[in-house]
Write a protein that binds this ligand. Sequence first.
Ligand code: HEM
Length: 340
Amino acid sequence: MAREIGVMTMLRRCLALGFLALLLALGQPALAQVQDQGRPSNEELQLMQQLQGQGPLTGRVSIPDQRAATLIQPAGKEWRDFWRGTSPWIGGIAIGGMLALLVLFFLIRGRVPMEGGRSGETITRFNGLDRFAHWLTAISFLVLAITGLNIAFGRDLLLPLIGPEAFSAFSDAGKVAHNFLSFPFTLGILLMLVLWVRDNIPSRLDLEWLAAGGGIIGHGHAHARRFNGGQKAIFWSVVLMGGAIAVTGYFLMFPFTVVADVGGMQTTQMVHSVLSMILVAIILAHIYIGTIGMEGAFHAMGSGEVDLNWAEAHHDLWAEEIRARERRETGTAPGAMPAE
Ligand code: HEM
């Protein structure tokens, strides 16, 4: 048995190391290519130096939209440098770094097992509406993330792999999906905010949870109510960053309505892309914990029912509260709510 576990661990480590090497190999040339394509010509650089610190160079137009008179907007160079140079690094470090961290974490910690095994008794963790709000947000976010990353990196990473025809078809459909799925994503965030904000107010318990390593680093468990400190961090990241991503996304979708000028649109685009890449990295960690990282966690959002042993290990105060309520409702014992 011990020998079997040893072989499994070795296999897991080899797989993970292979994956890390693949990540590094894929990332290097892509970043170099992105930076190469963003390099302006010498003439362009000279002209930009002359225009530095000045406003846009404009001509004259006879149509009402005076923005059409802009010939050169020097600040656009900074935006392009950011888009072709800095942004791939931010995305690469945030997303690639998070993937590498998760692989390392899996190597060291393995899957967090359910303490005491399954009890066979379950309690309801999320009802139908909770799960609807979660999966509405999750599915739309996943499509938004894939299609958004395609807008940012597809030309450098995907086009060489699948060729121009397939890439055009995918990107065309992806852009439509990216625009339309913003609506269910926003609705999902609003629903989660209404449903779960009450249980996500930060408290002293969250600091204790953090100090105890969240029950994942190390082996002890700190007390937790319905959501622990880590889950609250995920919740607020989704609500605040997701909200900001949605708002900036609508500004981009309806250009020059709320944001008046080109400079403002460029800033909006930078905020939208940087926040999105960071949120993708955070959500990767969330998906890891909700699937392969922790035994028994997925059921919470799958069937909505979790094993009592899982609930008592990770959310002891919440489990006690639910059981006390059940006892009160069925009249099996005098109800007593636990003190914090
Ligand atoms: C395949 C993708 C995903 C899986 C498997 C997954 C899984 C889960 C699970 C099992 C829970 C319940 C944890 C508990 O019992 O407390 C949960 C909660 C939650 N999920 Fe997801 N999720 C996914 C994607 C997403 C996405 C894309 C978002 C948002 C953009 C999201 C936001 C949340 C939030 C805010 C919570 C409540 C706080 C927390 O438990 O961390 N999830 N998810």
